[in-house]
Ligand binder design. Structure first.
Ligand code: BTN
Length: 257
């Protein structure tokens, strides 16, 4: 059997797999070093939000990457990760014959939603020096074995899990291996092709394309029509004063904010 192209460091409980992976990257861990935990005590989401990571309920893991890409292309790794999670989950859902529930969409930049409920979040953190990328930490949280009562009341209406969709209980170690194999193959393919084709692929399953949205830039709110993505994966929004390129922020469909 060919050895796995990644090395997983498994923990029962950890503060955050992203924090640990960052420390290992600073200590020169090679790329495709993976930190995975059954539970996180301080799982982090975007914008310093807490990420619920109860024991044995989901895949909580972080991957160290050292791609040789210009800084402006880093967001494309975000999109690649979201696309890989999407196709992985879709395969799992279709395998159980749940065609109608197999509608997985992506909310820019990297939320993965099933039937409009969040099933996966991705936290990409980078370390740079002199305008050059040193390493990336791709932190991925996938809700797998949760029943609805496993989510806190605060997110119960907005979250879902693979088990809630397929009715199956999953072996998390097997699932992680399956996902990492797929992601390794897909991300390297994407890097070798210089990310060719990724923008239309992402746009095809992106929520709210062509619709009126509100974007919270965390220092300003803007409204406009989501026109699509530019070649670096940034959001093109048509506002009343012209087209704007959004590099980071949170989006909602108008009326949902
Ligand atoms: C988000 O949607 O805001 C991103 C959530 C990312 C959660 C994952 S779980 C594994 C990794 N470790 C963390 O502390 N966060 C990420």
């Amino acid at each position: 059997m060919t050895p796995a192209p990644y090395k997983i460091h498994k923990f029962d409980v950890i503060d955050s797999t992203n924090t640990r992976a960052r420390r290992m990257a600073l200590e020169s861990a090679p790329e495709w070093t993976v930190v995975a935990a059954r539970a996180q005590q301080q799982g982090r989401g975007r914008y310093r939000r807490k990420w619920e990571s109860p024991s044995g309920k989901g895949l909580w893991f972080s991957i160290i990457l050292r791609p040789e890409i210009p800084l402006e292309k880093v967001n494309l790794i975000n999109l690649s990760a979201a696309l890989s999670v999407r196709s992985f989950l879709e395969k799992k859902i279709l395998r159980e014959g749940k065609q109608n529930e197999g509608i997985i969409s992506l909310k820019w930049p990297n939320d993965v939603l099933a039937n409009q409920r969040k099933i996966c979040g991705i936290l990409l953190e980078s370390s740079t020096s002199v305008n050059q990328l040193d390493f990336l930490i791709v932190g991925i949280g996938i809700n797998v074995n949760h029943l609805i009562s496993d989510f806190s009341p605060a997110i119960r209406q907005r979250a879902t899990s693979l088990r809630l969709i397929t009715g199956r209980y999953y072996d998390l170690d097997e699932l992680l291996d399956e996902f990492l194999q797929q992601f390794y193959y897909e991300l390297n393919g994407s890097l070798n092709r210089n990310f060719e084709g990724i923008i239309p692929e992402y746009e095809a399953c992106m929520l709210y394309k062509g619709e009126m949205i509100t974007i919270d830039l965390h220092h300003q709110i803007i409204k406009g029509k989501l026109a699509g993505l530019d070649s670096n994966g940034f959001l093109r929004v048509k506002t009343q004063t012209g087209e704007r390129l959004i590099t980071s922020g949170e989006i909602w469909q108008n009326g949902q904010e």
